[in-house]
Design a protein around this ligand. Sequence first.
Ligand SMILES: [Zn+2]
Length: 372
Amino acid sequence: MITNKEKLLDLFCRLVSCDSPSYGENAVRDAVISELKSLGISVEEDGTAEKTGGTCGNLYAKIDGDPSLAPVLLSAHLDTVEPSVGKKAVVHPDGLISSAKDTVLGADDAAGLTSILHAIRNVIEKGVSHRPVELVFDVCEERYCVGIQKFDYSKISAKQVYVLDVDGRVGRAATQAPSIVQYKAVFNGRAAHSGFSPEEGLHAIKTAAEAISKISCGRTGDMTVNIGSVSGGIADNIVPPECTVTGEIRGFNNEKVAAKTDEIGALMKSVAEKNGLSCDFSRTVICRAFKTGETSEICRNYAEACKKSGVIPEFIKTYGASTNNHWSEWGFCGLVISCGMNNCHSVEEWTTADELCRSAEIVYNIITDCKG
Ligand SMILES: [Zn+2]
């Protein structure tokens, strides 16, 4: 059972009050380090800032525990989405916590950081026996997990990873997340004066539009396709020589997503060629899908940790990526668990003191009760 709800709330409010844009997480880093220092835990910062041009690298800490128990890795991200500068937690009399509505609250992911740090405080202050714990607090997560991809995962001894980064009721855990591929198609036509010699032009925008009209967007089965941006053209009296179309594809099967990307690329090229243009098609694999079986040890451990606090566990699949996509690719077995954030990525974001406590308590149970 965790105690000291006031300290937990105070920590959450302090973390929220730190400016924490992606590439500028130094203030929240300092707050996290001072919290861990006050518990006698030293923290390493890796060299990611030099590689990204940001103000902060990923943080790593290790807390020795009972060596006969399996170590566990707990992770949350340091950055938040915008608008975030000057954010402040407003604690309402009924326990609801919101922003002042001119910024996000940043419970994504201050709720995750708070849950982990407060659970660790309880474990240490109570002197209870616990699993060895490793902590990773990564940067630039909101920019397609830029920070974690630069992290040296070879230093991790744990096999089980809990990423605290899912919205909704505490007790939810994502066992599946998609592969995400971004694509870019550049249609190369030919400029001409649209009044004097339109027949000499090759219309890049019209050709892109023809290709776009043949692509089905939205959800098909367990895959989604989107066209996210179209840009091109120079002036109203010039046949546009270039048009760029970008979009993304998500799905739970890596091969199917790759095949869909190939299909879209081939279609865009063939429409371009039919009209006498060329098309340069490229893709970026943002992350690969993961699936953690619901009968796996980590799911059983998590369910047990929830039940111990009277919380009903619920395993879900999410269309959002997290750092666990990368942990999974590196061979770790992970879950992305909820930690009390709601309406994320909006100024309407909220949490409650009770949910933060429940989340911290589940982390406490994971560290102290489960044998891994
Ligand atoms: Zn997040």
